[in-house]
Ligand binder design. Structure first.
Ligand SMILES: [Fe+2]
Length: 321
């Protein structure tokens, strides 16, 4: 069985007990790859019995091999490419080639549309570099011109088509604005003072609009690396808002590390759903054979805990639970 040693491979934090309970749905999340994906990552997914893989983009700087490797995986994959995936090619050619390789797995502004697992995954804007709303020439070349509102509208439309009886996950490269303006917040700018909220406004608008009609269970993103610049420590990677929507920043970069004992570590964030409800979020580090070595628990919800819910409609003042 898996042994768990401490909260993070650097030894910070408290030991976590091993989780052996049966799970309904295990969703692995790969934070910004930045060129770090190999056959051992695929082995981890198999060993850990992941039901699907969510990839938040920044696979590399436009190298198509990573899109190919993700497309070769046998489990369901959903991905939204990030700002680095343009490969500094303003024509959008490199971005487009990776989108083609990923095929249905790339779900920017649309639902992933798989039949299994029973989880609705809707992608946000491709190629985001955060900072509110900025669209690179490469993204515009591929997807056409857009405004903040039109981008939000596309996310909203895709989400509202998703089956209501399935939990809804929004997948993005950068998270939404509104999660805090300190450097260590999930989308806080840490590389330049003053710190500020560097989240995406179109995604924030989309979340608030979608929730008038259906709950948003989980928002998954990366881009803002966990390790803060200037020795600023570690970013807060979990946020839960008043509607019960959970947000996880999966950007543990580099995602391949070694622990003090010299073990190779492969990072995945992890989401577990039980009976259609989000029950667990964590960061996990596996060795090359797929053994879970470290686990940082972020969220554990008992089965009877309140679920994510819709919010009051400004038009009617009604509240749907
Ligand atoms: Fe990025």
């Amino acid at each position: 069985m898996w042994a768990e040693r401490s909260r993070r491979p650097n030894g910070a934090g408290c030991a976590e007990p091993r989780q052996t309970a049966l799970v309904s749905l295990n969703i692995a999340i790969a934070g910004d790859l930045h060129g770090q994906w190999d056959r051992h990552d695929a082995l981890v997914l198999e060993s850990a019995a992941a039901d699907a893989l969510l990839v938040v983009g920044d696979l590399s700087d436009g190298d198509c091999r990573y899109a190919r490797e993700l497309a070769d995986l046998t489990l369901p994959v959903a991905c939204v490419l990030g700002n680095h995936d343009t490969g500094w090619d303003r024509s959008g050619g490199r971005l487009e080639r990776q989108i083609a390789l990923l095929g249905e797995r790339h779900c920017a502004w649309r639902s992933r549309g798989w039949s299994e697992p029973a989880l609705a995954v809707v992608g946000a804007r491709a190629g985001s570099a955060g900072g509110g709303f900025r669209v690179s020439p490469a993204v515009e070349a591929v997807y056409g011109p857009m405004s903040c509102q039109s981008s939000a509208d596309r996310i909203i439309a895709a989400a509202l088509e998703a089956p209501l009886d399935q939990p809804l996950v929004l997948l993005a490269h950068c998270g939404p604005s509104g999660l805090g303006s300190e450097a260590a917040d999930p989308c806080g700018r840490d590389w330049q003072r003053p710190a500020r909220d560097w989240g995406d406004q179109d995604l924030s608008i989309a979340i608030h609009t979608i929730r008038r009609q259906r709950p948003v269970d989980l928002v998954v993103f990366g881009h803002m690396h966990h390790r803060l610049r200037r020795g600023g420590g570690t970013r807060r990677s979990l946020h839960v808002d008043r509607s019960g929507t959970a947000y996880i920043n999966a950007a543990c970069v580099p995602r391949h590390q070694r622990d003090p004992a010299g073990n190779s570590l492969h990072h995945f964030s992890w989401a577990r759903f039980e009976s259609g409800a989000l029950s667990e979020l964590s960061h996990r580090w596996y060795d090359r054979s797929g053994r879970l070595l470290y686990r940082e628990s972020l969220l554990n919800r008992p089965p009877d805990a309140p679920r994510a819910r819709t919010t009051a409609s400004p038009a009617t003042g009604s509240r749907h639970l």
